[in-house]
Design a protein around this ligand. Structure first.
Ligand code: PLP
Length: 396
């Protein structure tokens, strides 16, 4: 029987042929996934492997991106989340229970600390802060469940003693979670580093930064090599309804092809800026892990063997430059835009007052206001010229 027009519009006769190949994988958008028959419905295994049963549990589009991210980072299993912060929160809410202890570096990504403080207030989870450059400052009790790591810290860029910290955590049976956004899976392999082939238990990656590369998409991932741990995270991911849009995933997937080229280009430009910034008299300190004077430089050298160092560099203004002066500097920049985040095409600047951001004493950092530059894809000579112009304001 001929279908009514309304029905025919919904049940279109054309299906994409199986043999067609495109450069980018086809995009699946789904809340509902249609089962072939009731056998397929009752035999679905959404809690095992990567099965298709409902949009929140994934589609070929999300699994393709997840596979790529896991592969780049050296992991096996993956989960995607709608932002880097949501991936962080997934780890915290899955692995921490009432009375547990969690350890975080003093230079932790601020919103992670906010989330942990919230868990502390509501569930009595003890949040302990350690100095990422001194393993001895990490002194877990038998209640410790999780150690957070960042390599490098995203504002002050200290590279931690990753080897020492992971070894100590392993000796105490404490799970390790590395925020791998800076390294992006390119600077070092978080699942196989150092001469002893150490591995963290899981990585969290703000795909918002280098994988997206556009400054226009938010996304995060959690990658592991441990099937049991992955299952724990997977169940929490499912019951919390954490999922991502197929359209956003397709955009990140498209950007992955150029990620390494962008990362290396931005890292190279950043070194050029670093060398110039170091010569400017207005700065008390320039922070970048590849610089021999930066805290944790030796650890960086040991782990990031090919000299990888991402696109972030920070400066600390001499104390005579007060907040008004540093604000004037930031406002005078033209190519550097004032905004949070990094890894996109446009260079960004952000100012920070470290006094409000650190729990421990930080004698390795000079007194003064900190400005972080995120280097985009512009020509480094133009970026230097932009900073030079803004610095000129101080001598006018
Ligand atoms: C080190 C680090 N981790 C995680 C995040 C969170 O990522 P998102 O912005 O996608 O929530 C950020 C964001 O700036 C970050 O800098």
């Amino acid at each position: 029987m001929k279908k009514n027009a309304q029905t025919a519009l919904i049940h279109a006769p054309r299906r994409a042929p199986q043999y067609i190949q495109t450069v980018q994988p086809p995009l699946f958008r789904a809340s509902t996934i249609i089962f072939e028959n009731t056998d397929a419905l009752f035999n679905r295994h959404w809690t095992d492997a990567y099965d298709y049963s409902y949009g929140t549990h994934g589609t070929p589009t999300t699994f393709t991106l997840g596979d790529h991210i896991a592969q780049i980072e050296g992991g096996l299993y993956h989960l995607l989340a709608p932002s880097g912060l949501s991936a962080i929160n997934l780890v915290n809410s899955c692995l921490l229970s009432q009375g547990d202890e969690v350890w975080v570096p003093d230079n932790i990504y601020g919103p992670n600390m906010e989330h942990l403080r919230n868990l502390q207030q509501r569930y009595g989870i003890a949040v302990k802060v350690y100095n990422p450059l001194e393993v001895e400052s990490f002194s877990p009790s038998d209640k410790a469940k999780l150690l957070w790591l960042e390599a490098a810290g995203s504002v002050t860029l200290e590279f931690p003693d990753l080897i020492g910290l992971v070894k100590k955590a392993q000796a105490h049976n404490i799970l390790t979670a590395l925020d791998n956004t800076w390294g992006a899976g390119l600077a070092f392999n978080a699942f196989d580093f150092g001469n002893e082939h150490l591995s963290v238990d899981m990585t969290v990656h703000a795909l918002t930064k280098y994988p997206s590369g556009g400054g226009d998409i938010l996304m995060g991932s959690v990658v592991t090599r441990d099937q049991h741990l992955h299952h724990q995270l997977f169940r929490m991911h499912a019951i919390q309804g954490i999922c991502v849009s197929g359209d956003d995933v397709a955009q990140v997937q498209r950007s992955l092809a150029s990620m390494q080229l962008r990362y290396e280009h931005q890292a190279k430009s950043t070194i050029e800026l670093l060398n110039w910034l170091k010569l400017q008299p207005q700065f008390a300190q320039v922070l970048h892990p590849a610089d021999a004077t930066s805290a944790g430089h030796a650890y960086w050298k040991e782990i990031c063997r090919d000299g990888h160092s991402a696109g972030l560099v920070s400066v600390i203004f001499k104390p005579e430059y007060d907040l008004a002066a540093v604000r004037q500097f930031c406002d005078a920049l033209s190519l550097f835009k004032l905004g949070f985040s990094w890894g996109g095409p446009v260079s960004l600047v952000m100012l920070y007052d470290l006094k409000s951001m650190r729990t421990l004493e930080h004698s390795h950092l000079a007194e003064g206001l900190l400005v972080r530059f995120c280097i985009g894809l512009e020509h480094p000579a133009d970026l230097i010229h932009d900073i030079q112009n803004a610095l000129q304001r101080f001598s006018d």
